[in-house]
Design a protein. Structure first.
Lengths: 208, 208
DNA sequence: CGATGACATGTCACAACGTACATGTCGTTG
DNA sequence: CAACGACATGTACGTTGTGACATGTCATCG
């Protein structure tokens, strides 16, 4: 249901076509809530059928811009104010990190180095964008300033991940000679043992 | 495809049943890669059919433990080493933040306060778990120490979000009297205007 | 005027995911 | 032994999301 509300939220800024919205999801929002155009177009049809948006105008090349209705605006607001937040992420990058022990040290170092570079670079580009907002280059309206808060969240998450990857490279966990010892493709210790699975180590505290 | 590899990764630690795996996804991994038990059971069947895992043992109450095969182990390793990382997140919390400008100041403050508390608390509980790993309470094996890296990532992301929510509450963006001015449920400025959508403000830098 | 490329929208089939429901086992406790 | 709750696995169905393909428009450039 998040895509539905994401689209309504973007349309609350003003009329836009499916193509516009797809571009915004592709560019700024891709790292936060990925969405491809087929899903966007079909969701728009559904929203229109439900009366939450309506056709605003037709442009060249079959362009169809939608505009949010009062009902739609009320629905985003209701979602924002009343609907409980889903705190679960979905981050492949973090999932992978739980299996780093299966990687050969060389591959792991290479991977972590790439990750650090990626996150640092992305954070920097977001930070630059945030700074340009701070300089007032996007106007000083209420909306712009509030969106600045959202950008800040993305910046901080990416910076945190960049710092994490660097930390992982530098920490003595990596430097330790036992950990650093190269090994072949032999099965990891503990795997395929007949008795019930190893320790319960990876069971962390209950998740939200 | 990530669930598939997530299951293989967990089974690389040693044999486990669908129930065990579902619990681990529910507890530690829920905030990183959510998965319900029906999905896990059906994925296990598929993995078994593909020869990446095999039945290890049968226990009481129809319990069926699986064990990873050589092919399965090779497949996780291939995934970890060769498959490109998908850097897109999926965070409802961040998506919402792009629409904060639609919220009434009171609701927004309440929401941000809740968010700060949630992330701080979750980060703390993860931090405590990480510390117990550092104290060696889960053993000092290669696996445990490497998994410590994954926990650290989760800690840092949650701490970053907690700090962000506090920052958002404290920043003068919030204190500004114009922003703080209460308003009714009237449509936001810019919405439903006849001409094509407002400024292009929210278009950030290209996402990864 | 033909080729090219960005614009713009869509269909279709399938894979992934979530909720609700169904079933049965086993240990504990009253 | 009856009731209960945790253990354990599954089916069925609907929704969400993805990848591949298909179609047509318009501006620009040679």
């Amino acid at each position: 249901m998040s895509l539905r509300h994401g689209l309504l939220g973007l349309l609350a800024e003003g009329p836009a076509s499916g193509y516009d919205l797809a571009r915004r999801f592709q560019e700024g929002l891709n790292s936060i809530w990925p969405a491809q155009h087929p899903q966007i177009y079909s969701e728009l049809s559904r929203l229109a059928k439900a009366g939450l948006i309506e056709v605003d105008s037709h442009g060249p090349r079959r362009r169809t811009a939608y505009r949010i209705t009062d009902a739609g605006l009320a629905e985003v607001r209701r979602w924002l104010a009343e609907e409980p937040v889903d705190h679960s992420f979905r981050m492949e990058s973090l999932l992978r990190s739980f299996f780093f022990w299966l990687m050969e040290p060389g591959d792991l170092k290479r991977r972590l180095t790439e990750e650090a570079a990626y996150y640092a670079q992305f954070a920097a580009s977001l930070r630059e964008y945030a700074d340009s907002k701070d300089r007032g280059e996007w106007g000083t309206g209420e909306r712009t300033r509030a969106q600045r808060i959202g950008v800040e969240a993305a910046v901080r998450v990416n910076e945190a991940l960049a710092a994490w990857a660097r930390w992982a490279l530098e920490t003595d966990l990596m430097a330790d000679e036992e950990f650093g010892r190269p090994r072949g493709a032999a099965p990891a210790e503990g795997a395929r043992s007949p008795e019930r699975g190893g320790d319960t180590a990876a069971r962390g505290p209950a998740g939200g």
